[in-house]
Design a protein around this ligand. Structure first.
Ligand code: MN
Length: 243
């Protein structure tokens, strides 16, 4: 199996190293990831300047690593250009959760989406980060179990996986859809100029069966996603009204 790995935290993130270590048990692995952090870049692609890549000095045994001056989606395009017949794109392990509404902004998930747009299975993997770095070594058995489960299936698919800090089991979930308070917090820089932070927190508790609920209950959340955003119920009603 040919496994292309990328992320949005950049090639030097400990999360991508941990994922590469586990993925090697499942096949050949190449890393093609952004040279600097690209978190919350969503599905942006670079079109107004050329892309370039450099072989990264990071030493993974039997793994080539390349850093790209672009977004996570660019890295999937570059990775599949450099390497034919990729079977799956893994994105992560992101330092920070990608639950519920944050899927809209996630660069981690965008890389997996880009893979599916190319006809390749895409899996995004994330974990929360607190005051200390995530304990990736402790997560490894759960990452392996998840890959074992999701790589067996040969169907083209898109999955969003979130690991709690201390998992006890896994759960199939749906996306938590809640409105959030997109609050702008003003501040001042050292020269006294005004600047602003855009902060995001969900309004209301998570419903049972959702990705947020699973992670709050120490369960690995696996959400199957699709690219078609069409609201089928509204479309059916509009087509009916038109008659
Ligand atoms: Mn990130």
């Amino acid at each position: 199996m040919r496994i292309l790995i990328t992320n949005d935290d950049g090639i030097y993130s400990p999360g991508i190293a941990s994922l590469a270590k586990v993925a090697r048990k499942f096949g050949q692995v190449k890393l093609v990831a952004p040279d600097v952090e690209q978190s919350s870049m969503g599905h942006a692609v670079t079109h107004s300047r050329p892309l370039s890549y450099k072989k990264s000095p990071i030493e993974f045994p039997d793994v080539e690593a390349y850093r790209v001056n672009g977004t996570p989606a660019d890295c999937v395009a570059m990775g599949t250009h450099l390497w034919n017949d990729v079977d799956v794109v893994l994105s992560g392990i992101n330092m920070g959760p990608n639950l519920g509404n944050s899927m809209w902004h996630s660069g981690t998930l965008a890389a997996a989406k880009q893979a599916v747009l190319f006809g390749i299975k895409g899996i995004a993997l994330s974990t929360p980060v607190g005051d200390t770095e995530p304990n990736f070594e402790a997560l490894e058995p759960y990452v392996e179990q998840t890959l074992d489960l999701l790589l067996k299936d040969k169907e083209l698919a898109l999955y969003n996986v979130n690991f709690p800090a201390h998992p006890t089991d896994m759960m199939w979930t749906r996306q938590s859809v809640r409105l959030y308070d997109g609050t702008i917090i003003p501040g001042t820089d050292p020269l006294g100029r005004k600047h602003y932070w855009f902060t995001v927190s969900p309004l209301g508790p998570a419903d049972e069966g959702t990705d947020r609920w699973a992670v709050e209950n120490n369960l690995v959340s696996i959400t199957p996603l699709r690219l078609d955003l069409t609201d089928e119920a509204v479309l059916a009603k509009k087509l009916m009204d038109q008659r």
